[in-house]
Design a protein around this ligand. Structure first.
Ligand code: GLY
Length: 317
């Protein structure tokens, strides 16, 4: 029995500034993060698996309009929503991922189903949705994902494109506080098993079926009981180039770095190629790291080591 169980979550990293976040919205974020982490922690406390804990934590964020995942997913250039997700089990290295999902209410449940009910790792688009129907996952009409704030955000970007005569794809979390990001969770359970999961709507105004780091095992998500579990948030192309999540695990096993140093090093590598974002990570001893190179990252942690729930938004907190 491992008494150092714990969980960490993120709800996106980016230009999150105190002066731009209204007290009401800040309170809504803190409440949603608290609910998400509490649901995940309770599962761990009751002896449940890290996979169930990360899934439960992510479902709360996918069902909220606040985050760029599930219900609050951003719009593509063609005014659709295309969602990505992944989940990984640190004990077996089994994993499941989905991309270009348009009608699946909870992309994280889809990823878990791919992991457990298929012989594959990544399913995409129409085929993915056929698979979801076969396994009775909840399918919704596109209007379920149509939120006023995300729609407005797309119109602003398109207007800006017209004015500047440039093509713009913006990160879910860039700029003002109406644009927030990808969600993720990492956990260690009482049996010593690690798990990581990530879910995202990607980037506003994306086109050509652009896919980010979220459904890419090793880039956006990784878990290995021998080292750690990691979920990333930020500009996906950079995490894909650096294979960030697996890199943190590799720095622990090959360079003998501890979790804190390996995670910091990953953020230094991100900064060195002008990428932006953050990571959350937990190791096999329940240590938690949540570094970023952005002014903020919606995040929370709760571990048996620390014994208290912590919710943070701004980098200096
Ligand atoms: N990190 C999410 C994305 O770039 O799609």
């Amino acid at each position: 029995m491992n008494n150092n169980f714990g969980i960490a979550i993120h709800g996106g990293a980016g230009t999150i500034l105190r002066e731009k976040l209204s007290p009401k919205l800040e309170q809504q974020f803190r409440a949603a993060l608290t609910l998400s982490i509490s649901n995940g922690y309770k599962i761990l406390q009751d002896g449940g698996s890290s996979l169930d804990a990360v899934q439960a934590a992510i479902i709360v964020m996918e069902n909220s309009e606040l985050f760029n995942a599930g219900k609050g997913a951003v719009f593509t250039h063609d005014e659709t929503n295309e969602m990505d997700s992944s989940i990984m089990c640190g004990k077996t290295l089994a994993c499941g991922c989905g991309t270009l999902l348009k009608h699946i209410k909870n992309p994280i449940i889809f990823a878990r189903t791919v992991m457990e009910k298929s012989e594959h790792v990544l399913l995409a688009s129409d085929g993915a949705e056929q698979f979801a129907k076969l396994h009775n996952l909840e399918i919704v009409e596109p209007k379920y994902f149509h939120t006023k704030r995300r729609w407005f955000q797309l119109q602003v970007v398109k207007e800006n494109e017209k004015e500047t005569e440039t093509t713009r794809t913006i990160l879910d979390h860039d700029g003002d506080n109406s644009k927030h990001g990808t969600v993720g969770a990492v956990a260690l359970d009482k049996d010593g098993n690690l798990a990581a999961a990530t879910s995202s709507g990607g980037m506003t105004n994306k086109r050509f079926n652009r896919i980010g780091d979220t459904p890419m095992i090793g880039a956006g998500t990784y878990a290995d009981n021998a080292t750690c579990a990691v979920s990333t948030t930020g500009h996906g192309e950079y995490f894909m180039r650096l294979v960030t999540a697996k890199d943190i695990s590799d720095m622990m096993s090959y360079k003998n770095l501890d979790l804190i140093d390996a995670s910091k090093e990953a953020i230094s590598k991100l900064s060195a190629i002008d990428g932006s974002g953050g990571v959350i990570a937990i190791d096999k001893d329940g240590n938690i790291a949540m570094p970023m190179n952005t002014p903020g990252m919606y995040r929370a942690s709760f571990s048996a080591n620390d014994k208290e729930l912590s919710v943070k938004i701004f980098v200096e907190e």
